[in-house]
Design a binder for this molecule. Structure first.
Ligand SMILES: Cc1cc2nc3c(=O)[nH]c(=O)nc-3n(C[C@H](O)[C@H](O)[C@H](O)COP(=O)(O)OP(=O)(O)OC[C@H]3O[C@@H](n4cnc5c(N)ncnc54)[C@H](O)[C@@H]3O)c2cc1C
Length: 494
């Protein structure tokens, strides 16, 4: 089907912190199209509670200490060059959020940014806005980007197809009920995480790995997709897929983890760091303790702290768990681990560029290698800021702009058969059984065989191209890459 595609210089897929910060740093002479699958604030960025890690107090902290903590948490599998970029350039971006874009971080009496501590950090270095830092940054940056005349922001617009010809990217975008067609000289994928490939996750509904699927199908390198982070302290609620997170900062401010007998147990596994061990370690300790007690009941207790301190530092968490019937100033809260974050993703270099010319990836869908095998708390917002700015700088310097306003290109019609029901649910059950904290190789092998069948069916069938199809194909592709890596790891171990 021959179609006319309207051209932009840059298309940014995603309006989370990484997408918006890239737009704010791009040259104002560039025409920019920004897409958001749902409303602008429905994204992982808006859910971030704890804050952004950065060396803001050089008297007490240093780049070397932040680098060391990042490497320890990442099991030394980090890309050291990019960790250095992250840590050394990050403080300027955090300061810029406040000074240029009006983000309000909590302050000390002397006016300096008040810093808290989280698991794995040897110093207080987390800039925060109470316990809703992501929402504060996201909404402040949205306000700024909406003022820019060169940026067209379209919400409820799902990227359904992305193809490349002659150094141009061609996109089929479903805006409400209508397909619209755009092309761009450069594309930044900032589509967020993959949490929805699991039964239980802290991630928002948009986190279906769409950008990773598009990049994979364009031939971009995908790296370490099986490096999935499971957060130890989500509110234990098996009724909802989206689990409410109890921020790491609660442990950072002294909360204890308790087993089903309401006894502390972390000292048995981590005598020094105890509750302040990195989150992958804490999640594994919970599973070990579960084997010992035979119970999956766990609690987080900060009731020994001053109630006013707890209420003023964690107002959102306090109110949320109160709604569920727990007053955290008086009693422990039920918690259990669940999927939280993706360390791997679309592989990029130190400027956020993929192996495909003109294609960039930023934020949670990208793999810069800064997190290694496990992300240090609050380093992901920092990564989203630093590397999306570097992408913008690379496009400002090297991206090509301009060209005819409309370009002819052919795409097959989006019409086709409806999808069979239940595929997403089936994928989620497979992943939850095959790879939750520790891989279950028997389940992974069985799961991979079924996922491969589903992948072939989606690739070969004539299905209608719409949001359900894109998300299902993305979940299947993500599950396929993760389980393939898991099985390759098993083969290496043997
Ligand atoms: C509960 C929670 C708490 C967290 N707390 C912290 C914290 O304290 N500190 C920290 O550093 N990190 C934290 N994180 C992680 C951090 O929030 C994320 O890694 C980061 O915000 C990701 O930003 P992003 O811009 O990459 O993606 P997101 O903010 O998730 O944005 C993704 C965007 O892509 C769009 N999109 C996706 N697919 C399509 C498509 N097909 N078409 C069009 N648009 C599409 C979505 O609509 C959305 O706008 C937390 C995460 C969660 C879930």
């Amino acid at each position: 089907m021959a179609l006319l595609f309207r051209r932009f210089d840059v298309m940014i897929v995603g309006t989370g912190i990484s997408g918006i910060y890239a737009a704010l740093n791009l040259d104002p002479s560039l025409s920019i199209l920004m897409l958001s699958k749902k409303e602008l604030t429905l994204c992982n960025s808006a859910l971030a509670q704890g804050g952004v890690a950065a060396v803001m107090d050089k008297d007490d902290d240093s780049y070397e200490l932040h680098i060391k903590d990042t490497l320890i948490a990442g099991h030394y599998e980090n890309n050291l060059e990019n960790v250095r970029i992250l840590v050394e350039q990050g403080p300027t971006d955090v300061q810029k959020l406040q000074d240029v874009y009006g983000v309000e971080f909590d302050h000390k009496d002397d006016g300096s940014i008040s810093l808290t501590r989280e698991g794995g950090h040897s110093r207080r270095r987390i800039a925060h806005h109470k316990d809703s830092t992501g929402y504060e940054i996201e909404t402040s940056l949205i306000e700024q980007v909406q003022k820019l005349k060169n940026v067209t922001v379209v919400n409820n617009s799902v990227l359904c197809r992305l193809e490349r010809r002659d150094d141009l990217f061609f996109a089929d975008i479903l805006c409400g009920e209508e397909h619209e067609y755009y092309c761009a000289n450069s594309v930044i994928l900032a589509t967020g995480g993959i949490g929805r490939v699991y039964d239980f996750t802290t991630n928002s509904a948009i986190a279906t790995g769409d950008g990773i699927q598009f990049a994979y199908n364009l031939g971009a390198e995908i790296k370490n997709l099986s490096y999935v982070q499971f957060h130890p302290t989500a509110y234990a609620d098996k009724e909802n897929r989206e689990c409410f997170l109890i921020s790491e900062a609660v442990r950072g401010e002294g909360a204890y983890l308790l087993n089903c007998n309401k006894e502390r147990f972390m000292h048995k596994y981590e005598p020094e760091r105890k509750e302040l061990a990195p989150r992958d370690v804490v999640s594994k300790c919970i599973i070990e303790e579960q084997k010992l007690t035979g119970s999956s009941e766990f609690w987080l207790d900060i009731s020994h702290k001053d109630p006013e301190f707890v209420r003023s530092h964690f107002p959102m968490i306090y109110n949320k768990v109160l709604e569920k019937g727990y007053d955290m100033t008086k009693e422990p809260i039920p918690i259990y681990p669940c999927q939280h974050y993706l360390m791997g993703g679309i592989n990029v270099d130190g400027k956020g560029a993929t192996n495909i010319k003109g294609l960039y990836a930023a934020g949670e869908c990208s793999h810069t290698g800064v997190h290694g095998k496990n992300r240090l708390a609050s380093n992901s917002l920092l990564e989203a800021l630093v590397f999306s700015r570097l992408i913008a700088e690379d496009i400002n310097a090297n991206g090509h702009a301009g060209g005819a306003e409309f370009v002819d290109y052919s795409m097959i019609s989006p019409d086709g058969l409806p999808l069979p029901k239940g595929i997403k649910t089936e994928v989620r059950h497979i992943m939850q059984k095959a790879y939750f904290i520790h891989p279950d190789y028997a389940e992974a092998e069985k799961g991979l065989a079924r996922i491969t069948e589903l992948k072939n069916m989606l690739e070969q069938g004539n299905f209608a191209i719409n949001a359900a199809f894109v998300e299902t194909k993305s979940l299947v592709t993500v599950a396929y890459i993760i389980l393939t890596e898991v099985m390759e790891r098993k083969d290496k171990e043997q």
